[in-house]
Ligand binder design. Structure first.
Ligand SMILES: Nc1ncnc2c1ncn2[C@@H]1O[C@H](COP(=O)(O)OP(=O)(O)OP(=O)(O)O)[C@@H](O)[C@H]1O
Ligand SMILES: [Mg+2]
Length: 421
């Protein structure tokens, strides 16, 4: 590269003998594939460029070009961003992952133009002046919220001009998110169990004490206790089925189910309880059958959950229908839709509805016996069935939930070349 500063070339010498590799391993304390690749890249690149500075013996052009290509390829395949800066914190090299994360990163420009984190910039300065490795955190908000651990190592320059610094960015976003989800999950599950348990304990104590001889109160309290115990049973059943479905998520279903017949069964079963709540469920029989590869029990739970939600949270009229659609990417699909004319769901809640325990209105869901696990179960079942879930809602008008599944026997048709414009 013609605009590469002189320090770049001296850095390259510094990368000889895996300066990068050494500092990366020293920093991380363990060997990981990206670091190994980065290290190997550094070895090749450093070897190649270090060789360029030597008078004798002259490098063989073919061999050095090949090593350079290998080095570049290795660094390009390191999935984590790697950036090299010289002692003035001017960017010397950056792999594609780094350039994708920080589009303003350019060779020979200050790192601070692309990365405005004071912690990282101070860390680089400290590493350059002390020569000791550092580890700092970096959070980005735009375009997405992401969290990185930045490992900064020092690379002494062979020409004695000081040290350069190498930055390895490890994306911790999904690890952090998983951790937060785990903590939330345990907190939510305990909370959901604690509430009915506290009610049960309260009534048991009342029955043992003040209401010991009150036959009427006993009947009433026992009924409340039964409802609370059922609620705990339901929560545990839901949690168990969720974990069972998650375990099987990667196992494709082996049987074929007529989604139309299954939907009719579910409508027939849900009709009477819906009427008890003052709602009617209508089934629009389409042009069946609607065969899909699927597990009948799991798909029945999916349909049941959706109808139950429409009855519980929707208006008085619930519609269940089936249709077919041709998706240019996914092929022929069977679409089941459940519509209601209820109060609808504000748009900010829709992306989160499939999270465990997420409810728009916790109190009203609980009052209706909801645990907030229904749509999480739906999502995981659909993942197993290569299904899609789409929720559209207009506040004040109602909600339409669509589930699409691949039709049995349909092969996804790739768009023809002429259609690809
Ligand atoms: N058709 C709907 N109309 C309005 N709100 C809905 C509708 N469907 C779902 N919701 C909202 O989405 C939330 C999550 O639904 P989900 O089925 O996951 O849990 P739940 O119904 O509260 O509990 P569970 O299904 O475990 O009994 C509900 O609490 C409700 O606030
Ligand atoms: Mg539900």
């Amino acid at each position: 590269m013609s605009d590469r500063p002189r320090s770049s070339q001296s850095w390259m010498g510094a990368a000889i003998a895996a300066g990068l590799f050494g500092s990366a391993v020293a920093l991380s304390g363990r060997l990981e594939l990206p670091l190994i690749l980065a290290g190997l890249g550094a070895v090749c690149l450093g070897g190649w460029l270090g060789g360029r500075g030597r008078e004798t013996p002259p490098p063989r052009p073919a061999a050095t070009a090949q090593r350079h290509a290998i080095a570049e390829a290795l660094l390009a395949h390191v999935p984590d961003p790697v950036i090299l800066v010289d002692r003035r914190t001017l960017v010397v090299e950056a792999n594609p992952a780094a350039r994708a994360l920080l589009p303003a990163l350019h060779q020979a420009r200050p790192l601070s133009f692309a990365l405005r984190s004071p912690e990282v910039l101070d860390g680089v300065e400290a590493v350059l002046s002390s020569g000791l490795p550092r580890r700092v955190a970096l959070s980005t908000r735009v375009p997405l919220e992401r969290t990185f651990e930045v490992q900064i190592g020092a690379l002494p320059m062979p020409d004695g001009s000081g040290v350069s610094a190498v930055l390895f960015l490890r994306d911790l976003t999904s690890a952090r998110r998983l951790e937060a989800m785990r903590v939330d999950f345990v907190a939510n599950a305990s909370h959901e169990l604690r509430t009915p348990l506290a009610t049960l304990i309260g009534f048991i104590e009342t029955l043992q004490g003040p209401a010991r001889d009150d036959a009427q109160a006993r009947e009433r309290f026992l009924e409340i206790m039964r409802v609370q115990a059922l609620r705990m049973t339901r929560l545990i059943d839901d949690l168990l089925s969720l974990s069972r479905i998650e375990l099987r998520e990667h196992v494709a279903p082996t049987t074929v189910v007529d989604l139309g017949a299954l939907a009719r069964q579910m409508v027939d079963a849900q009709g009477p309880p819906a009427e008890a709540r003052g709602a009617t469920v209508q089934f629009a029989d389409g042009d069946g059958p609607y065969p899909v590869p699927g597990d009948a029990d799991e798909l029945a739970r999916v349909i049941e959950n959706l109808i139950e939600n429409a009855v519980k949270y929707g208006g008085g009229h619930v519609g269940v229908g089936l249709s077919r659609e041709d998706d240019p990417r996914l092929g022929r699909r069977i679409v089941l839709s459940v519509t209601d004319d209820g109060p609808g769901i504000p748009p900010e809640h829709i992306p989160r509805l499939t999270e465990r325990f997420y409810r728009v209105d916790v109190a009203s869901s609980r009052a209706r016996g909801g645990t907030g696990l229904g749509l999480a179960i739906v999502k995981h079942s659909l993942n197993r069935h290569r299904g899609r879930l789409a929720i559209e809602s207009t506040v004040g008008q109602g909600t339409i939930v669509r589930v699409s599944l691949p039709e049995y026997g349909a092969v996804a048709e790739l768009p023809r070349a002429a259609d690809q414009r």
